[in-house]
Design a binder for this molecule. Structure first.
Ligand code: HEC
Length: 102
């Protein structure tokens, strides 16, 4: 095998691993988000009185979630729920919901 071929083979394997990781990650975020559906509606569109998350501004949502976790934003349940996720996961949830259609 020439060194160029070997390099291409390594690049192909790494590329494959990368897209597999991205896919697994997207599925992971969706399964976390499913835990929010009971109160915030399927795909973040609330039916009752609770807030819809779909299409809400990403930075705003991430900040609210981090503030709930830190206990600096008044809450009845969200302070407990937010503590179940890392800051990174809350950011990913905000990314996910903000990208959904209202
Ligand atoms: C048990 C019901 C329940 C679940 C499950 C739940 N929430 Fe909430 N959420 C609420 C309530 C109630 C509020 C209003 C604040 C409070 O009283 O805690 C709220 C508020 C919020 C807000 C602020 C909305 C706004 O604009 O004021 C965001 C963002 C949010 N939730 C995200 C999430 C995410 C993300 C999840 C899943 C990880 C989730 N919630 C799971 C009940 C829930």
């Amino acid at each position: 095998m020439s060194s160029t071929t070997r390099l291409l083979a390594v690049a192909a394997v790494l590329w494959g691993a990368q897209s597999c990781w991205a896919q697994a990650n997207a599925l992971q975020v969706r399964s976390w988000a499913a835990g929010c559906a009971n109160c915030h509606g399927t795909l973040g569109v609330a039916v009752g009185s609770s807030a819809s998350l779909a299409g809400a501004p990403k930075e705003d949502m991430a900040k609210k979630l981090l503030d709930y976790k830190a206990g600096t934003r008044p809450a009845t349940v969200m302070h407990q729920i937010a503590k179940g996720y890392s800051d990174e996961q809350l950011q990913q949830l905000a990314d996910y919901f903000s990208a959904l259609k209202k």
